[in-house]
Design a protein around this ligand. Structure first.
Ligand SMILES: [Zn+2]
Ligand SMILES: [Zn+2]
Length: 181
């Protein structure tokens, strides 16, 4: 999808984030989406204030800003909001952190993952009646490789993913993690 930034041609479009109008002449962010009401492949834009998109859609806005040739007068403020929003979003799977609670059970051994202990978080299917959704699943580091391999993954994929996505651990924690996984 090619998201765009442009000058609002009229004051009629409302922001999809805050629902308030976007003033004519103001810069607006267009989130390109597939138009569900048209023939397949046709796309349409959902418009947002730049400030609203910075918090709600930081990755998409970043793409559009990279290809926008004009000047964005409040760029510094927008980049600050984007950074905050990105930091508060969970990273892609798999990643490792210290368990924020002691409520999760290890997908492999079924024992609780102790609060504050190192854990590996992967994506898993959660069955709800007839439907399956994606959610996060916790693993003890020592159980992670066996579990990933039982699901058709490889040990290398797991460690590469953990190295790429883990944000919240210190160097010492990472050393400990990779000595176990
Ligand atoms: Zn808005
Ligand atoms: Zn376990």
């Amino acid at each position: 999808m090619a998201h765009i930034i442009e000058v609002a041609k009229s004051g009629r479009a409302g922001c999809r984030s805050c629902r308030k109008p976007i003033a004519k002449g103001e810069l607006r962010f267009g989130e390109e989406t597939v138009n569900a009401f048209a023939d397949s492949g046709e796309t349409t834009y959902r418009w947002h204030h730049l400030i609203c998109a910075a918090s709600k859609l930081p990755d998409e806005l970043g793409q559009a800003m990279a290809s926008f040739p004009g000047e964005i007068t409040n760029r510094a403020e927008i980049e600050e909001l984007m950074k905050t929003a990105q930091a508060s979003k969970p990273p892609p799977f798999p990643y490792a952190d210290r368990a924020p609670t002691g409520r999760a059970k290890c997908l492999e051994c079924g024992q609780p993952v102790e609060k504050g202990s190192l854990r590996v978080v992967i994506e898993r299917d959660i069955e709800r009646g007839m439907t399956t959704t994606k959610g996060a699943g916790s693993l003890h580091p020592a159980c992670a490789a066996a579990h990933v391999e039982s699901q058709g993954g490889t040990h290398e994929e797991l460690t590469n993913g953990l190295r790429a996505h883990t944000r919240a651990l210190s160097e010492a924690d990472l050393d400990e993690l990779f000595s176990i996984v």
